[in-house]
Structure formats: C-alpha cells, structure tokens
Design a protein around this ligand. Structure first.
Ligand code: K1U
Ligand code: ZN
Length: 182
C-alpha cells in the first residue's frame, strides 16, 4: 500500500533514540537561550519520535541534543496527540508526597524497575512560544516529569536504583551489545 504524504513526512521527522551507554545521556544540558523556529521544529520531531516509540515523554539528550527541552503526553490512548506538553528550561519548584512507580525508559532497552519519587510536583517552564507556564502534576504525569527532568541533568532512572540492580543491568546490556557486535 502506498504511504500517504502525511505519513511519509511524519516518518522523516522521526529521530534515532540514543540508548545506554551513549555518553550524551550523561551530559548536563544547557539552558535554551532563544525559543525560535529551529527549537519548535526539534520539539515537533521529538513529539513524533515519542509517539512512534511509543512513550509518554522524551528529553532532548535522548535524541542527541544537550539542551533543556522535554516533551510529554501522559493522556489516555484516545486523547494522545491532542494536548502534548513542550517544556523549555523546566524546573521543579515544589515536591510533595512519595510514590513508587515501575519506570521504563526508551534509552534503557528491555528493563523496568520500581523507582521512588515525589507523588506531586509543580514545574515552571517556558512553552513552545516562550511564555512562562506552571504545571501542577500528580501520578504518572508527576513521575514522567521527574524522569524527563533527570535526563536534562544527565541522569537515568538506573542512577536511582541500588548499585546491585544498576550493575546487573549494565552487565546484561554490555553482554547484549557484544552479542549484537556493537
Ligand atoms: O524518557 C523516556 O524514556 C520515556 C519514558 C517515560 C516514563 C515512563 C514511565 C515512567 C517514567 C517515565 C517512557 O515513555 S517509558 C514507556 C512507556 O511507553 C509508558 C510508561 C508508562 C505508561 C505508559 C507508557
Ligand atoms: Zn527516559
């Protein structure tokens, strides 16, 4: 079946996702100085990449860019794509409560683990037009925002696990990469 123009354009927009142990995932990101069309284009391509994966969030380092930009969509399946969040220079200004959530990461293939985080957060950021915004989040959205903002600090959810679990995953991943000849 022929691929329609829209589908082809969307496929072209998809970016390769960097995976552990790519060093770009450990770099602390730089603040965005100018919210311009190039940044909005990157955000749109990150959204296409996130929906294609599929995932509920994506941070710029995961597509090889060390800038403070994340995209998130934690809405139910039938609402996905209607109101994605684009957050520029986000920072968490309030943390409250505690939640343990089984997290995954598009940059950490074939692995999930329970991570303890704040249950509610308040995030300040700029939106895609450079306007200040505030998000009050709980549940999955709060977990996802904390996970994505960790990426901007060069941190993976693996860094929040016990050394034993982290090292077990690292050994398994290195073995997998060796087997794949990478
Ligand atoms: O940053 C990423 O790699 C995206 C990651 C975000 C995330 C998910 C769950 C907890 C914390 C952070 C993912 O999207 S993982 C896979 C996923 O698709 C998913 C996870 C939970 C619910 C629905 C989807
Ligand atoms: Zn992740």
């Amino acid at each position: 079946m022929a691929v329609g123009g829209g589908d082809a354009l969307r496929a072209m927009a998809i970016l390769p996702i960097r995976t552990f142990p790519d060093p770009v995932l450990s770099v602390r990101c730089q603040a965005v100085r100018q919210v311009d069309d190039a940044l909005r284009d990157l955000a749109d391509r990150m959204l296409e990449t996130m929906y294609d994966a599929p995932g509920v969030g994506l941070a710029a380092p995961q597509v090889g860019r060390s800038c403070n930009l994340v995209v998130v969509d934690c809405t139910p399946q039938e609402e996905r794509g209607q109101s994605p969040l684009v957050l520029i220079n986000p920072r968490i200004v309030e943390y409250d409560g505690e939640i343990v959530f089984e997290e995954g990461c598009l940059s950490v293939p074939d692995y999930t683990a329970d991570v303890r985080r704040a249950e509610r957060v308040v995030v300040h950021a700029l939106d895609r037009d450079g306007r200040p915004m505030e998000i009050r989040a709980d549940g999955l959205l709060a977990v996802c925002l904390q996970h994505e903002l960790d990426h901007l600090e060069g941190r993976l959810f693996l860094d929040r696990l016990s050394p034993l679990k982290r090292n077990l995953y690292k050994k398994r991943r290195m073995k997998q990469l060796r087997r794949e000849g990478l």
